[in-house]
Design a binder for this molecule. Structure first.
Ligand SMILES: [Zn+2]
Length: 199
């Protein structure tokens, strides 16, 4: 016997597995307030819709940096960008936005996160979020609109917890909590290097 609920679950899983959050009636209905908020923000600031993405270091192709802990390694939910000089040679280096967008969060979260900047991107009718963590300084504020390649922060150590590096996440679910940076379940998270390469 086929259970109606199972079909319903299968259908909603199919929808949620789509790459990115479509700015469709279906999604707007589901998360009315938030999507409406971002839709109207980007409608008023169409210059900040993005058409491509770049790397966040070594403007704009990560020259002088390497990915020390790739997405998926040790259940890592992002990339760790490190200067090729290792240790703290990259402390204070520039961090750039990967695309045009809206700064939804820019604060010191303390603990293992340190200074975190979160940016919402509207791209090809879908929403994505980029997260920049462990920063030494924050150079933008919440509510700012930024262009791709804008200097937004400097590379840090999360208040001395790590050797300096940039933890970068890219998400296709823009309504998730900051999370833990590591998890087996990667739903809502994209491989940042793959995403930047392909977009
Ligand atoms: Zn990391």
């Amino acid at each position: 016997m086929i259970n109606k609920n199972l079909i319903l679950i299968a259908f909603s899983t199919l929808i949620s597995c789509k790459n990115g959050n479509e700015v469709s009636d279906f999604v707007v209905q589901k998360n009315q307030d938030s999507y409406q908020y971002y839709n109207s923000l980007f409608e008023k600031n169409p210059d900040c819709i993005t058409f491509s993405f770049d790397y966040p270091v070594g403007k704009s192709n990560a020259k002088g940096y390497y990915n020390a802990q790739k997405f998926g390694k040790n259940n890592h939910l992002g990339d760790d960008w490190n200067g090729i000089g290792d240790r703290n040679t990259d402390l204070g280096d520039a961090v750039y936005t990967i695309g045009n967008g809206y700064v939804s969060f820019a604060r010191d979260m303390k603990g293992g996160w340190g200074n975190v900047i979160r940016i919402i991107h509207q791209y090809k009718g879908k929403y994505y979020e980029s997260v920049y963590a462990h920063c030494d300084t924050i150079l933008v504020k919440e509510g700012d609109f930024v262009k791709k390649g804008t200097l937004i922060a400097t590379i840090g150590t999360a208040n001395g917890i790590y050797l300096a590096h940039l933890h970068l996440e890219i998400r296709d679910n823009i309504f998730m909590d900051i999370g833990s940076g590591y998890a087996k379940d990667k739903s809502g998270y994209l491989d940042p290097t793959e995403f930047i390469k392909n977009n």
